[in-house]
Write a protein that binds this ligand. Structure first.
Ligand code: CA
Length: 226
């Protein structure tokens, strides 16, 4: 893969460069936010590793700007422990996944591989779903309602696919974690709630009273047949 590493701390950045190179990836580096946006929109990267605390432009804003220009480029955020608000913001502006510092080399590489692989393959199942006025193009992570078009993240698309395929029943948070994120012991089911909250902001007329992705108390979530 061709990877852009965005990290302002030199020692950590060098460590990430070495690690990704040793795993056979081609890597570029950026040490501040503005440079990162410029590079990520000019070069066809397969993945961006994005630190959140950056000079000139913070990681949230970098993520938002990259996402506007490159809707399908996988973005993996590097966050500090205890910065849950940042994670919520980051997922809200289109990051695909996050890793909490300090992280192990093995863990980070596994995430990078999983995200890169997922971005390339189009999983099985329906290619498009009709939900009320919405048409969701799963292969391209797009939603269309009339003339309005929105970009969905890979995880948001995965949730729609998963709930739709099992629309006869409710799906638990841990099932969604396993099917959409891939089984990972360290992940909290709260991640599912955060991603669904962001998805509802994009597709529900009233996110407080959702009709497409509905909550099933005590179980999890279900396809709402809007
Ligand atoms: Ca930093």
């Amino acid at each position: 893969m061709q990877i852009l590493i965005v990290e302002d701390e030199g020692v950590l950045r060098d460590g990430l460069l070495d690690l990704m190179r040793a795993a056979g990836h081609r890597v570029d580096e950026a040490a501040d936010g503005l440079t990162a946006v410029k590079q990520a929109t000019a070069v066809p990267y397969d993945l961006v590793l994005l630190d959140l605390m950056l000079p000139t432009l913070d990681g949230i804003e970098v993520c938002r700007r990259i996402r506007l220009a490159r809707p399908f480029l996988p973005i993996l955020m590097l966050t500090a422990r205890g910065s849950e608000d940042d994670v919520v913001l980051g997922l809200g502006v289109g990051a695909d996944d996050y890793v909490t510092k300090p992280f192990g080399a093995k863990e980070l590489l596994a995430r990078v591989e999983a995200l890169g692989r997922r971005a390339k393959t189009v999983p099985g199942g329906p290619e498009a779903i009709q939900a009320g006025e919405w048409r969701f193009d799963l292969g391209h992570c797009l939603g269309q309602k009339g003339k309005k078009r929105i970009a969905l993240t890979a995880r948001e698309t995965g949730i729609l696919r998963c709930l739709y395929q099992q629309r006869a029943r409710a799906v638990s948070r841990s099932e969604l974690l396993e099917q959409v994120w891939g089984a990972r012991a360290d992940m909290e089911t709260r991640t599912v709630d955060m991603t669904i909250a962001n998805l509802r902001q994009k597709i529900e007329r009233d996110p407080g009273n959702p009709k497409i992705v509905v909550t099933v108390k005590g179980v999890g979530y279900a396809w709402g047949e809007p």
